[in-house]
Design a binder for this molecule. Sequence first.
Ligand SMILES: [Zn+2]
Ligand SMILES: [Zn+2]
Length: 146
Amino acid sequence: MPELKNCKRCKKIFMHAVGPQLCDLCKQKEEEDFEKVRKFLRDYPGATIQEVSRATEVSAQLIYRFLRDGRIEVAADSPIALLCENCGVRITSGRFCVNCSKKLANEMMATGKSLRDSMNQRRSSIGDEKARGLRYLDEYRRDKSR
Ligand SMILES: [Zn+2]
Ligand SMILES: [Zn+2]
């Protein structure tokens, strides 16, 4: 359902349906920023965040977000240090290193499974109660008809 929201970038109220909370204009601007950063990093893989930010006029914060989102990647020897949010090891893109991504994916699957299991358990016990209720109803009806 589309809702009225404030654009995260310009604070303008707009109809937000899916994706990032940005109005059309800012979405377009962010795409342009993204292209600028991507091209600059391709040409100057050894640049620091400050250099990229100054050359592209894109805020360091946004550049970090592009990196965290995994949309851009820095060279392995780039001065831009991106660290795994779980173990702190150096990474070139995204939020977690390969090992932690794998581990987290496994954990997520495990919690998803146990959640499903407990849901199924609850559903089956509700089913029992309902069946018991019906049985009472049956007996009641039988009493009445007698
Ligand atoms: Zn906007
Ligand atoms: Zn890690």
